[in-house]
Design a protein around this ligand. Structure first.
Ligand code: PLP
Length: 379
């Protein structure tokens, strides 16, 4: 029996948006080096410049302030490692922020989240005060949306508190870009990072927006590309495809904004067929495409495999690069305990998802989590 495949893992990565492949292939033929002054070089440069304008439009900044690099992970590492005296991280940040922040040792301070995953704004001023004992250069990292739960942070409020206390703000906007409108100017952040493959572009290309007047320390030096912030000949084809994907994302945000009612109704039905399950972050503002659901007693990994065999691609907490599934640090940070953090799976829909996909998922979910189906229970 052909069970077909239903992809519900858009927060891990997305298919290319229609037309992106053509842009990528066309740009591969523009072999010039964007740093060369001759016509071939100028053509390649124009592809990069166009992409900067397109990506800048998606985040609300200016093309001049965009830096392309190999991934959001690289961009986040670069900002975090820019010789701050201390770095404050939300406990639910992505590993691409948490890992470089750890290199600050005791000068890496954490900020707690509520059980719905939202930053504890009340404690932020005192955490910044403590951070300032290490020196005046304080960076606060606050993700715009969480990749596992879709929980949105009040970034503008964070910025207000941080700027009043003289701290700079980095927002990881990887999950929000393309799913909800974002405007770095209105938010007031100092740095924002996005990734092509989360919004319909190719993998291996990311962008950093740096507020004019702010600086960053390059991780890769050499050829002086990207105004000296990112050495290495530009990946012109992927950058061009990223730009086009960003343009498509801007259009679809204008013409068909994501409907969070679809997700709410989907979650209502999941809870209806499995009343013991818990929707993580259910009271928080969230991305319109993301559901994180935990079935106490059921191992997330087992659920993901069972759903995969039934034709559905979903993730257990974070998609882990090693292919291993561990407990979710995000759900643990929300104080929801080991049982939920070991059993949460993420369903994230996108532009190819249909109502029929969701209806069939609810049916399969009901069968998968039924107590008599023989699936392993976790201790
Ligand atoms: N930040 C968040 C919130 C993410 O979800 C991801 C990807 O999983 C990243 C950063 C890293 O993005 P990239 O794959 O471009 O390195």
């Amino acid at each position: 029996m052909d069970i077909g495949r239903t992809y519900l893992d858009y927060n891990a990565t997305t298919p290319l948006r229609p037309g992106v492949r053509d842009v990528l292939i066309d740009a591969l033929d523009q072999f010039g080096n964007p740093s060369s002054v001759h016509a071939e070089g100028r053509t390649a440069r124009s592809y990069v410049s166009t992409a900067k304008t397109q990506v800048a439009k998606l985040v609300g900044g200016s093309a001049n302030d965009i830096v392309f690099c190999s991934s959001a992970t690289e961009a986040l590492n670069m900002v975090v490692q820019s010789n701050w005296d201390s770095v404050i991280t939300l406990r639910t940040e992505h590993a691409a922020v948490l890992a470089p922040a750890k290199t600050y040792d005791t000068a890496n301070l954490s900020i707690e989240v509520t059980d719905d995953g939202i930053i504890d704004l009340e404690t932020l001023p005192s955490v910044i005060d403590t951070a300032r004992t290490f020196g005046p250069r304080v960076l606060v990292c606050v993700q715009a949306a969480n990749n596992e739960t879709g929980v949105l942070q009040p970034v503008a409020d964070v910025v207000e508190i941080c700027h009043a206390a003289g701290a700079s703000v980095l927002t990881d906007a990887v999950q929000v870009a393309g799913k909800l409108p974002i405007d770095v100017t209105t938010l007031g952040v100092d740095y924002a990072v996005i990734s092509a493959h989360k919004l319909g572009g190719p993998k291996g290309v990311g962008a950093l927006w740096v507020r004019p007047g702010q600086s960053a320390t390059p991780l890769i030096t050499g050829g002086g590309q990207e105004k000296g912030l990112r050495g290495g000949t530009e990946n012109v084809a992927s950058i061009a495809a990223f730009g086009f994907a960003a343009e498509c994302a801007v259009k679809s945000l204008e013409t068909e904004p994501a409907d969070s009612q679809i997700t709410k109704e989907f979650e209502r039905r999941l809870v209806e067929v499995s009343p013991d399950c818990v929707v993580i972050g259910r009271n928080a503002p969230r991305l319109p495409n993301t559901t994180s659901i935990a079935m106490p007693g059921r191992g997330a990994e087992t659920l993901v495999i069972a759903l995969d065999l039934a034709g559905f691609a979903v993730s257990a907490g974070a998609a882990c690069s090693s292919g291993k599934v561990s407990r979710s640090h995000v759900i643990e940070a929300m104080g929801l305990g080991e049982e939920l953090s070991a059993s949460a799976i993420r369903i994230s829909r996108g532009w190819e998802t249909t109502q029929d996909d969701l209806d069939r998922f609810v049916e399969i979910w009901a069968r998968t989590v039924k107590p008599s189906n023989g699936l392993r229970h976790v201790a």
